[in-house]
Design a protein around this ligand. Sequence first.
Ligand code: FAD
Ligand code: NAP
Length: 539
Amino acid sequence: MSERRTGKEKSWRLCRKKPQTLDDDSGEDEPRNGNENVTLELKAKLPKTADKSSTYDLVVIGGGSGGLAAAKEAVELGAKVAVLDFVTPSPQGTKWGLGGTCVNVGCIPKKLMHQAALLGEAVHEAVAYGWQLPDPNTVQNDWSALTNAVQSHVKSVNWVTRVELRNKKVEYLNALGYFKDANTVVGVGKNGEEKLLSAKNIIIAVGGRPRYPDIPGALEYGITSDDIFSLDRAPGKTLIVGAGYIGLECAGFLNGLGYDTTILVRSVVLRGFDQQMANIVAEEMEQRGVHFVYQAKPKAIEKQDDGRLLVHWVDRDGALHQDAYDTVLFAIGRRALTQELKPENVGLKLIPDTGKIDALNEQTNIPNIYAVGDVLHKKPELTPVAIHAGRLLARRLFGGSHEKMDYTNVATTVFSPLEYGCVGLSEEDAIALHGDDNIEVYHAYYKPTEFFVPQKNVKHCYVKVVALRKDDQKVIGMHFVGPHAGEVIQGFAAAIKCNLTFRALKSTVGIHPTTAEEFTRISITKRSGLDPTPQSCCS
Ligand code: FAD
Ligand code: NAP
């Protein structure tokens, strides 16, 4: 795969040689592509950050999804709040601005790259719908143009976030925080200068960073999701290690953008998800050209004389294999950033191995220290979860509220090429919890109307409803593989919160022709053994 880059094009990482005029910040939050005037105007207006020592009602360590949500809610409720946010560069040197994982190296750039891949697919479909295009097989994506567009958006979000904090009067420090004692946080700026912040309450919202396997060459030659969205060269032939959310999503968009992509799967795909659905997602990806190597573990990476990476891996029988790649991306889970907080200074308890925090109602073992977001033990690592928990916590601390975060029935979507959205229990978890005899599983394959004209593969468009068998059959799980899965499943998540029953689902009139209506048409139980494939689009 050619790199398709010109000498003029640089990644944003290489372009950041701006004077550091914004308070203590690195200057990385400045928008690009046409927003420079706004930047200059706002620079003049931004206040200086905290004095050498200040006292607050709330200090938040970590300016990502959860921390910012808590901070903004708390100031609205009259609290004096400071937020510290600091990004340590990845082993490959990648850094980013304010806003945390989701905005910079997570949900947002991921969704944009997913969209880029879907558009490549749409080019082919458009021809079937009569669009006069050059031979779609000659159409290529320009990686440099894509990363520039993605980073431009990310930078503008960094800036808007910064301005929002200023407007709401949340004090922001671009500093790495650690505990001095239970009421004092030390913020270490980029230049090593330390500031003391005293606080009645402290929220830990430091999130996590990608893990690397302990194998030769991993840190030196591998990249992670921290690097891929601003990679200053086209990825080329790519090996992805890990078959969770990030592994599948990155493999999906890289394959869709035209790069030869292989996933090394240690055990199963999407462990923890409904395995029937996970296998459907993997089969569809395989059919689109992603290679899967199952039950395999990486052993070493070496750089060849030609600059490519020779990866050695071992299969389930212990046999060794090797192949050369341009890029190796690790997506093997994330490590909580809690050691950097010097937890020993306050006696903060961490879960051994993971470093996560087990906090009942977001309160740690230190009564005035709280935690939200990815840093929490056994809670979904999702942006809306961090935001919701952060807001509710701030309301309890400063607004007299008693409302607690409900971590059950959180809907989620894997943005694989054919997306998978779900809420509630998987079929296997439902059986484990209630017993096979007490649950009913309804399922159906379906044919999205818009797939007919371009003759797209409908084999993997599938829905499943898991319900209790008794009474009106309370729905305890809903699963959807198909286009716009997140949009489809979001409304049903609200219905499940309202104790949706299968009877109510069946009495809901669908919207035709949509894919979401398949949930209202579903009637075949797995138990019946009847064929769940549709006879026509409207049957
Ligand atoms: P973060 O957003 O990670 O923020 C923590 C911040 O604290 C960071 O800026 C960090 O640098 C900073 N920090 C850490 N330590 C310190 C310290 N000591 N002092 C100061 N600052 C510190 N979720 C979804 O819901 N949907 C998706 O589609 C989705 N896609 C994702 C794709 C990828 C590739 C990844 C990696 C994640 C994705 N997620 C998605 C998960 C989502 O990004 C996280 O759940 C969310 O960002 C967690 O928010 P948080 O506030 O806990 O932490
Ligand atoms: P993950 O979902 O936990 O998946 C990790 C994968 O890496 C698993 O397949 C695991 O295999 C494998 N693995 C672990 N250690 C390994 C090793 N040493 N060698 C080889 N393979 C190894 O983690 P993730 O994909 O990094 O995602 C992290 C979190 O981000 C997710 O939990 C999710 O909440 C969030 N996220 C959400 C979205 C979304 O909402 N769409 C998208 C991306 C990320 P095993 O199954 O064998 O353990």
